[in-house]
Design a protein around this ligand. Structure first.
Ligand SMILES: CC(C)(COP(=O)(O)OP(=O)(O)OC[C@H]1O[C@@H](n2cnc3c(N)ncnc32)[C@H](O)[C@@H]1OP(=O)(O)O)[C@@H](O)C(=O)NCCC(=O)NCCS
Length: 172
C-alpha cells in the first residue's frame, strides 16, 4: 500500500528527514539532474530538506512524501512563494522516486496530490522544468503542455551539460 502524505509543517518534514534524504541521494547517484553534483552525501541531502522544512513552516512550499509503511519511496514539492504579480502561479520541484520503487505509479500519485493541494492553496497555473524523459512522459500523460527545451540548461551530476524541457498546466 502506497500512501501519499502531505507534510503539513516543518515537524512533519523533520519526521521523514532520513528517508527523504535517502531518496534524493539515490536519485543523484542514479544520474538525475536535480540541482546537485556527484558525491552528494546524506548530510548534504539532509541540509537541503532542512531548508525545505523551514520553507514549509513559512508557507512558501508544500511538501509530500510517498510512503510504504515507514519507508519513503518518493517525494515532491510545490513552490508557492512567487513575486507579487504571480501569486496565482506555483512551481513543481524535486519530483523524486527511489530507483527501486519506479514504474509502479508513485510519481503519478505524488503529482496528483501536489496538483490538488496547489489548487486548494489558490494556484491556478503550475509550471516546471525537467531533464528526465521518464518525467516528460509522465507530465504529458497527466495533461501538462510542453513548451520547449533549452539546451545546456544545467549539468548532470557527472558534469555533462543537459537540456531542460519546460511544461505548464492550468488547474481547476
Ligand atoms: C521521473 C520519475 C519521478 C518517475 O517516477 P515513477 O514513480 O517511476 O513514475 P511512474 O511510475 O508514475 O511512471 C513511470 C512508468 O511506469 C509506468 N507505470 C506506472 N504504474 C505502473 C504499474 N502499476 N504497472 C506497470 N507500469 C506502471 C508508467 O506508465 C510509466 O511508463 P513509461 O516510463 O513508459 O512512461 C523518476 O524516474 C525519478 O525520480 N527520476 C529521477 C529524478 C527526476 O529526474 N525527477 C524529475 C524531476 S522534474
Amino acid at each position: 500500500m502506497i500512501e501519499i502524505r502531505h507534510l503539513h509543517d516543518g515537524n512533519d518534514v523533520w519526521g521523514q528527514m532520513e528517508g527523504l534524504a535517502k531518496v534524493l541521494v539515490d536519485c543523484v547517484e542514479g544520474g538525475a539532474s536535480v540541482n546537485f553534483m556527484a558525491n552528494f552525501s546524506l548530510d548534504d541531502a539532509s541540509l537541503f530538506f532542512e531548508g525545505v522544512a523551514d520553507a514549509v513552516d513559512r508557507g512558501e512550499r508544500l511538501a509530500f512524501a510517498a510512503l510504504e509503511g515507514e519507508e519513503v519511496l518518493g517525494t515532491v514539492q510545490v513552490i508557492l512563494r512567487m513575486p507579487p504579480n504571480q501569486q496565482h502561479r506555483g512551481e513543481i520541484a524535486k519530483l523524486l522516486v527511489r530507483r527501486s520503487a519506479r514504474g509502479q505509479g508513485v510519481a503519478q500519485k505524488l503529482m496528483a496530490a501536489a496538483e490538488a493541494a496547489a489548487l486548494a492553496a489558490g494556484k491556478t497555473i503550475l509550471t516546471l522544468d525537467t531533464a528526465s524523459e521518464a518525467a516528460e512522459r509522465l507530465y504529458e500523460r497527466m495533461g501538462w503542455t510542453r513548451v520547449g527545451s533549452i539546451p545546456d540548461f544545467s549539468l548532470l551530476p557527472d558534469g555533462k551539460p543537459c537540456a531542460s524541457t519546460f511544461f505548464w498546466k492550468a488547474l481547476g
